[in-house]
Design a binder for this molecule. Structure first.
Ligand code: ZN
Length: 126
């Protein structure tokens, strides 16, 4: 994707893209909107690939599903995040995605969520 992801992120988090700051940390990407000094986290993703996936899904849903716009912010965020499990290739490098069994979290995770990551670059999608 050649576009700056923050352009579309503005749509997702309903914030002016100009105000968004992408905070690219080692194990996660946080997007903050920073009006003046009060920095606020607008969204957090496990990797840039996950962020790009959500942005792409969001844009597609807006385009193809008129009802999508009628949903409130939380419902939209959840729909977009859930669709991430259906991805077939890594958004960053195009590598294969593989589900991992993470037994460490088995006791604490309430709903069984797939743990999806790229076999090539290791980007965590879910
Ligand atoms: Zn990858």
């Amino acid at each position: 994707m050649s576009e700056d992801p923050t352009t579309y992120l503005g749509l997702i988090v309903e914030v002016d893209p100009e105000l968004l700051v992408v905070d690219d940390a080692e194990d996660s990407i946080a997007v903050r909107d920073e009006p003046g000094s009060a920095a606020q986290t607008a969204g957090e993703w496990p990797s840039e690939a996950a962020l790009l996936a959500d942005v792409a899904t969001f844009v597609s849903l807006e385009e193809w599903l008129p009802e999508f716009e009628a949903l409130d912010g939380v419902e939209r965020d959840e729909s977009v995040a859930r669709l991430r499990v259906f991805l077939k290739a890594c958004l960053t490098c195009g590598g294969d995605l593989e589900e991992r069994e993470d037994s460490r979290n088995a006791a604490t995770v309430e709903v069984s969520a797939p743990d999806l990551s790229c076999t090539d670059c290791g980007a965590v999608l879910f």
